[in-house]
Design a protein around this ligand. Sequence first.
Ligand SMILES: NC(=O)c1ccc[n+]([C@@H]2O[C@H](COP(=O)([O-])OP(=O)(O)OC[C@H]3O[C@@H](n4cnc5c(N)ncnc54)[C@H](OP(=O)(O)O)[C@@H]3O)[C@@H](O)[C@H]2O)c1
Length: 305
Amino acid sequence: MKAIVVTDPAAGTAGMKLVDRPESKAAINDVVVEVYAAGFVNTELEWPSTWADRAFRERTPSILGHELAGVVTALGYGTTGLSIGQRVVGLSDWHRDGTLAEYVAMEARNLAPLPGDVDFTVGASLPISGLTAWQGLFQHGRLQAGQSVLAHGAAGAVGSIVTQLAREAGAYVIGTGRAADRQRALDFGAHEFIELGSDRLEDVGGVDLVFDVIGGDIQKRSARLVRAGGTLVTVVGPTDVRPADGRTIDFVVEADRVQLSEIVQRVRDGRLRTNIGKVSSLDDAIATFRSTERRTGKTVIRVRP
Ligand SMILES: NC(=O)c1ccc[n+]([C@@H]2O[C@H](COP(=O)([O-])OP(=O)(O)OC[C@H]3O[C@@H](n4cnc5c(N)ncnc54)[C@H](OP(=O)(O)O)[C@@H]3O)[C@@H](O)[C@H]2O)c1
């Protein structure tokens, strides 16, 4: 099968190669999925799991990509809940070979059914951004109707879903980003927009929840805006930054079939709009990843035409 692999942590996107690899085999509780479309997060080359297995042993050459939409082609021993020929969407294990390939073996529990009226490209754009937004807002941030959310990077892949889900849940949403992102963030449902380059973040006043996708100084300044009892949720890694009288949660998104099905259902209902940036073929994927052109939204690789 064709797959995009990396072998050298220092090489960046220059180290990506489209190669032929043996087809993935289903282990116990796995399914093999024929990948139709796969999402890609460009920070993946910085994640330790791209380079090592759970015992910190080098696992290169590693196949990149961890979200997909496709069709089940084989079941491993003991696998239940999915069947051959079923359309699925899901988040694959960070430490195993990924989804930028024609086939991937992954645990069945990491997949949800993908209804026939949801396109594979749309499906592949949802698992990481959708589950990150869902878990950050509701599981870790314990968002309640009537609260306020500062949604950083509100035109980006995660931030646009944070903005929409928070708004749907009855929160007041302040989106942030670059000047060019203002209208997109408002279109995704932000009540107001702060341009981080020119507006004063401090003018926001207090918020109940900060959803941080940026880190650094923006994260520090945002923590000061968290009201008593509120939460700073961050997805850019562990941090010592704490609100004066609130919690900080940093987390890595986890696969969850029920939550992913809720997200897919919202897309079908028209309650949630996915945010797809660039779409390209597997043959053109590496050129797309290397491009320095500014992209907003999720990059999706259409593995099968
Ligand atoms: N922990 C987890 O489980 C998890 C899950 C998903 C994502 N993440 C992380 O979350 C981050 C965002 O992911 P994503 O897929 O949403 O990326 P994305 O689509 O690039 O969205 C980020 C948005 O924030 C904007 N932004 C970044 N820095 C900014 C700044 N200083 N001022 C104004 N706007 C700024 C970006 O604009 P520009 O493109 O112009 O910079 C972009 O619109 C990444 O670091 C990713 O690794 C973590």
